[in-house]
Design a protein around this ligand. Structure first.
Ligand code: PLP
Length: 421
């Protein structure tokens, strides 16, 4: 559920009409609800209440400093995948002991940064990375806490570009090699093994693939303990999906996920970490855009918006669906019409939806892309020299711009012309 509802005929974010924000900020812009972010974090936190746990928000889903501050104040940890994200998390006030570092290509500079600044654990994804981390830790005279990310070879049944738990994916080490890799880790004095990590993909709409993966993790925990390793922490990754098509999908709820986790892993006495990103931020955000033109094509009408693939790339990149709704509530029973919804960018891929049935809208009208709070603003670019889309946070009856739209001067002055040109 979210906090974007029609009230008095106008779509609101909590108690603020989105049209009012549009009038002040201009379009396009992202808008997030603090109440939804808070609610989603708490759903996970409560779902794991029966076990020692930490919810580590996967900040790559939405890494605005204000969102991170809100998460940190709720007691969340974060999952970071780059030195930049580590710095941002720290800048938002999240302590090192609540930061886990994931990713297949951590550089020595990033390891150095996190080891000297404080880190809960590194989720190591390969033996070369393990050796590099050992060297960096020894050079600093510290011991790096690690889990090894195992690839359980299960089919997450999600989009191929966001599946990560099959043997053909680049992530983790094959689970069959885990005992050998842990034996190797135990010989490295700069490392301290604390647990196991797994993350099988994103936008999962069933519990079964998680459960298969976690059952393999339970089995591995017992085997590694028998080998003499200390396994006290299980990082289960993120990946629980959200209902992008409200009418047709109902992914499992965090509470059901939590019950499955406790059923599968609860008797191991381990601290549980989870790394949800999309489910926390996705339905907490919308992208608001204005209709520029309605253009009649052959056998179709194009709804040309002022938002484009550079602002929200998911439809172009994954063929993703976002519900698109007018800010003014349609009259009951209004006849829907089909539109090809497109942006102004010079690419045919700049298409948000084809033959989408929507209430009729016209030039100047405002629309909202729902479920755009995760993997939206963070993936935006300035392609076509379109200013990076601004972000707004609402809480109750007030709102603030949490990232301003850059001016054209700022954009132009970011480049430099060499003096020899
Ligand atoms: C992307 C990612 C997540 C978050 O996935 P969601 O689908 O957004 O919940 C968590 N952990 C790791 C390692 C990731 O790469």
């Amino acid at each position: 559920m979210d906090h974007f509802l029609y009230r008095d005929g106008n779509l609101h974010a909590e108690d603020v009409p989105l049209a009012q924000i549009a009038a002040q900020v201009g379009t396009p812009f992202y808008c997030y609800c603090a109440a939804t972010l808070t609610r989603h974090f708490r759903l996970f936190d409560e779902a794991l209440a029966g076990v020692d746990h930490l919810v580590c928000y996967a900040m790559k889903a939405n890494s605005n400093l204000a969102v991170l501050k809100l998460m940190g104040d709720l007691g969340a940890g974060v999952d970071v995948v780059s030195g930049g994200e580590y710095r941002k998390a720290r800048a938002a006030g999240i302590p090192g002991e609540r930061i886990v570092f994931s990713g297949v290509g951590k550089t020595r500079e990033e390891m150095h940064l996190a080891l000297s600044g404080g880190i809960r654990q590194f989720n190591v994804e390969s033996e070369p990375e393990m050796e590099a981390l050992n060297e960096v830790a020894l050079s600093l005279g510290v011991v790096a806490p690690i889990t090894v990310r195992v690839n359980p070879d299960v089919d997450a049944k999600t989009h191929e570009k966001i599946a990560t738990g099959k043997s053909e994916n680049k992530f983790g080490i094959p689970i069959a090699r885990a005992r050998a890799v842990y034996a190797h880790a135990a010989t490295l004095r700069g490392l301290a093994v604390v647990g196991i990590d797994v993350h099988i993909g994103s936008q999962l709409t069933e519990l079964a693939p998680f459960e298969q993966a976690y059952a393999k993790v339970a089995e591995l925990t017992r085997a590694l303990r028998a080998d003499g390793h200390t396994i006290t922490r299980l990082d289960l990754g993120g990946g629980l999906g959200i209902p992008y098509e409200r009418a047709n999908t109902a992914p499992p709820l965090p509470v059901e996920y939590g019950q499955m986790v406790q059923r599968t892993l609860g008797d191991l006495g381990c601290e549980i970490e989870i790394e949800p990103g999309r489910l926390i931020a996705g339905n907490a955000g919308v992208l608001v855009s204005q209709v520029i033109y309605v253009k009649q094509g052959e056998g179709r009408d194009f709804l040309i918006l002022d938002a484009a693939m550079n602002d929200l790339v998911r439809p172009a990149m994954y063929g993703a669906h976002h519900d698109i709704v007018p800010l003014v509530e349609p009259a009951p029973g209004v006849e829907q019409v089909p539109y090809d919804v497109v942006g102004p960018v010079c690419e045919s891929g700049d298409t948000f939806a084809k033959a989408r049935m929507m209430p009729p809208v016209g030039p100047g009208d405002l629309v909202a892309f729902r479920s755009a709070g995760a993997y939206g603003a963070v993936m935006a670019s300035e392609y076509n020299t379109r200013p990076l889309v601004p972000e707004v946070l609402v809480s109750g009856d007030h709102f603030a711009v949490i990232r301003a739209r850059p001016s054209f001067d700022e954009i132009i002055n970011r480049d430099t012309i060499p003096e020899w040109l």
